[in-house]
Each structure stands twice: as structure tokens, then as C-alpha cells.
Design a protein around this ligand. Structure first.
Ligand code: CTP
Length: 400
């Protein structure tokens, strides 16, 4: 395994027969230099002793059955804060259900609810429990929230059945932790990334504006992922109701013209431009200073074209700049997106269909196809943060 020193890993062990396998995981991660803390549920303690983990990790094992001399109230928060990654394995149907519903009634679930680090969950249970619609739904919920599920493997189960539900082998679990912890660390260091996000708003009068349904989540996820990979990130953001991305410089704009100006200003210092914003193509010809009062007749609005920001970029791009656009379509997704790729002189376009369930505006997931001159890479439905990761991976591969 690669060096994991400086990394804090929390292992959440729940009451499944496979709990014994976690001793090897704890040992492998500790040997690789990670600071490993184990939290066991009350039932887990029936399968493997806390002493095993304490001996292997050289850290106190947190359980709900210990005497109250340890400062529990702060332990869960401090571990949640310190963790670079939490692996819940084996994860029973019960703990998965609690996680999906935000229940925090023991040390492990309380820590999970307070955690901000990536979380990996390795479900392990009887096949029927795994396939129960409730468990399926709970796993889907966790996935959509960005939790990574390590798929159970098929084989002979402790209950005597044969089927899916086995915990992967310890080496695989440790490797998944290693991959996640060292994922792309500093892989974008030194790169200047500009991301546009959200809708634009075009005022009609002091009260009303034209806009679209963009929430900004896709662009914000890209900015967040680029920051995590060490890039210097500027986020040109239309009006959104999202928390700012820490580590990114936010340039707030309202209209398409303001967004164009912000892009014009940042372009000379940009290595990678990702236009995830849903820019209004039109604006009202005139913006009234006072509120437009209604009359008995119909109202006709005259709209004029907004500047095409990517069109401007195409004419002013400098050597070494990589430009990725987004395309939203309801029909002929791939064909229209390929058209935009060449018309706007893009290096890449990320196409998402508004017809696909779980894709597009206002949902936490997206279903995209990454298109370049070289080909087309369709991605399955995944949380927007994971889409962002895949997109950045692809950009890094295609950049020369
Ligand atoms: N875009 C832009 N300036 C605009 C409109 C869109 O730079 N005035 C960018 C978007 O940020 C996106 C890409 O162009 O990255 C494609 O946007 P989309 O609205 O799908 O395409 P349009 O070229 O506007 O074509 P249409 O609306 O006809 O589909």
C-alpha cells in the first residue's frame, strides 16, 4: 500500500459476522501509516473485541458499551472532524437505514451525522435483506448524497444461502480506502480553473426578471472538486441559493453581459474554462425603471440576443487553454451537442438530457455524456460531485 501517513481513517464496524475481517483492514491501514480509529456498535462487540482493534491501531476503540469515563459527547464530534475518510464495514441493513434517515442514536451514527469527510459504506447482509426494497431505497438515498457504496460480492453467506451480500475481502476494502484518500491529491496543483455556474437573470423592471431553472449545483460541484485537487479556482456564479465553495474565489454576477465581462477578465489567467452556467440567450430589449403596470390587453415582450460567451471565447482563446462547455437538450442530445462542440470550438462538451430521470436542473444527481473530438463517453447516473470528478479526470486526460 502507498504511504497514508497524515491521514485519519475512521472505521465504523457494525454487527455482522464479517466484522472479524475488519481486523485485517485496520492492520493494513495502520501499517500504511494512517491514524486509524475504530467505532463499534453494541452488536459489533459481540463479534470481535475492541481490544483486537486497540492492539492493532494503538488507538482507543470507541464503543457504546464502555464505561462513561471517556468524554463521549466530544469524541464523536472530534472524530467526525478529524476523519479524512470514514469506512462503514460491514454495514448492516440497520445502520444503512439509520444513515439514510439521519438517525443518530449511538456513537457510530452520531459520528456519521456530524461527519464532513467522504464516507464509504460496504453493505454486508443476507441476500433477501439486501434486495428488500427498503434497503435498496436506503442505499440509493446514500448514493445520491455522495456516499460511495462498495458493492457486496456474491458467494456462500453465513446464513447458509448463496447470493449477493458478502463483504469484499479486507485487501479490497483497504485498497478502496487508499484510492479514495489519495484520490487525485494535488493532481491539478498549479492549474488555474474558471468555472461558471448557475442561471443568469435579465431584468424586465425592478420587480421581474427572465431566468431559468439552473440551481448552480453542477458548477459548484466542479469548483469544489477542482479545489480538492489543488487547482486555483475562480467561480463566476449567477444568483444561486448555495453555500460558497470554500477555497474558491467567487465572482458573483447577475446578467449574461456581466458573466461575459467576468469571463473576459479572467480568461488571460485561465488554463481550464468550464462553462456550466445556464446563460439566458435573450434579454428584454428594454429594462423599465419603474414597475410595468398591467393593462387589460396582452403584453408582448421584445427580447434581444445576449452575447454568446463561448462564442467570444472561441475568438479570443490563447494557446494552452482548455474549454469545456455544457449542453442541455430535450431532443437529439448527442447530435446537437457535437454540433456545439465544433461550432463553439470547444475541446469538450458535457451533454445532459433534460428528458432523463435524475439528470439536469434541481436534482442532486446527473446523467451526462462527455464528448470530445476523439469520442463519446456516457456516464451512469451519479451524484453531481462524482460527475464533477469524472469530468475533471477526463479534462486532465485530454489536456495536452
Ligand atoms: N453559453 C454561452 N453563452 C450563451 C449561452 C450559452 O456561453 N449566451 C454556453 C453555456 O454556458 C454552455 C454552452 O454555451 O456551456 C451551451 O449552452 P446551450 O444553452 O445548451 O446552447 P446554446 O448555444 O445557447 O444553444 P441552444 O440554446 O440553441 O441549444
Amino acid at each position: 500500500m502507498r504511504d497514508l501517513s497524515g491521514k485519519c481513517v475512521v472505521l465504523g464496524v457494525t454487527g455482522g459476522i464479517a466484522a472479524y475481517k475488519m481486523a485485517n483492514v485496520a492492520s493494513a491501514l495502520t501499517k500504511a501509516g494512517a491514524d486509524v480509529h475504530v467505532i463499534m456498535t453494541e452488536n459489533a462487540v459481540k463479534f470481535i473485541t475492541p481490544l483486537t482493534f486497540e492492539t492493532l491501531t494503538h488507538n482507543a476503540c470507541v464503543t457504546d458499551t464502555f464505561d462513561r469515563s471517556t468524554p463521549y459527547e466530544v469524541t464523536h464530534v472530534s472524530l467526525a472532524k478529524a476523519a479524512d475518510l470514514i469506512l462503514v464495514a460491514p454495514a448492516t441493513a440497520n445502520v444503512i437505514a439509520k444513515m439514510a434517515n439521519g438517525i443518530a442514536d449511538d456513537m457510530l451514527t452520531t459520528t456519521l451525522l456530524a461527519a464532513r469527510s467522504p464516507i464509504l459504506v460496504a453493505p454486508a447482509m443476507n441476500t433477501a435483506m439486501l434486495n428488500h426494497p427498503a434497503t435498496r431505497q436506503n442505499i440509493r438515498t446514500l448514493r445520491e448524497r455522495g456516499v460511495r457504496i462498495l458493492e457486496p460480492v456474491s458467494g456462500h453467506l453465513a446464513c447458509g444461502d448463496t447470493g449477493s451480500g458478502k463483504l469484499p475481502e479486507p485487501e479490497e476494502l483497504a485498497a478502496a480506502v487508499e484510492r479514495e484518500l489519495l484520490k487525485d491529491r494535488d493532481s491539478m496543483k498549479g492549474l488555474r480553473v474558471t468555472v461558471t455556474a448557475g442561471p443568469t437573470q435579465e431584468s424586465l423592471d425592478p420587480v421581474r426578471f427572465l431566468t431559468n431553472h439552473s440551481s448552480g449545483r453542477m458548477g459548484y460541484s466542479i469548483a469544489q472538486e477542482a479545489v480538492a485537487r489543488g487547482a486555483e479556482v475562480r467561480l463566476i456564479s449567477g444568483p444561486v441559493a448555495l453555500d460558497p465553495v470554500s477555497g474558491a474565489e467567487i465572482l458573483p454576477v447577475t446578467t449574461a453581459e456581466e458573466m461575459l465581462h467576468a469571463v473576459q477578465e479572467t480568461l488571460p489567467d485561465t488554463d481550464i474554462l468550464i462553462m456550466a452556467a445556464a446563460v439566458s440567450d435573450y434579454r428584454p430589449e428594454e429594462e423599465s425603471d419603474s414597475k410595468i403596470k398591467k393593462s387589460d390587453s396582452d403584453l408582448t415582450l421584445n427580447l434581444v440576443r445576449n452575447p454568446d460567451i463561448l462564442g467570444w471565447v472561441a475568438e479570443h482563446r490563447h494557446d494552452g487553454l482548455f474549454v469545456c462547455g455544457f449542453s442541455m437538450e430535450t431532443e437529439n442530445l448527442l447530435e446537437n451537442s457535437r454540433g456545439k462542440l465544433s461550432k463553439k470550438h470547444l475541446d469538450m462538451i458535457c451533454a445532459n438530457s433534460l428528458r432523463e430521470p435524475g439528470a439536469g436542473f434541481g436534482v442532486p444527481t446527473n446523467v451526462v455524456t462527455i464528448i470530445t473530438e476523439d469520442g463519446t463517453e456516457p456516464l451512469p447516473k451519479m451524484p453531481k460531485l462524482q460527475v464533477a470528478g469524472k469530468l475533471l479526470d477526463s479534462i486532465m486526460e485530454h489536456r495536452v
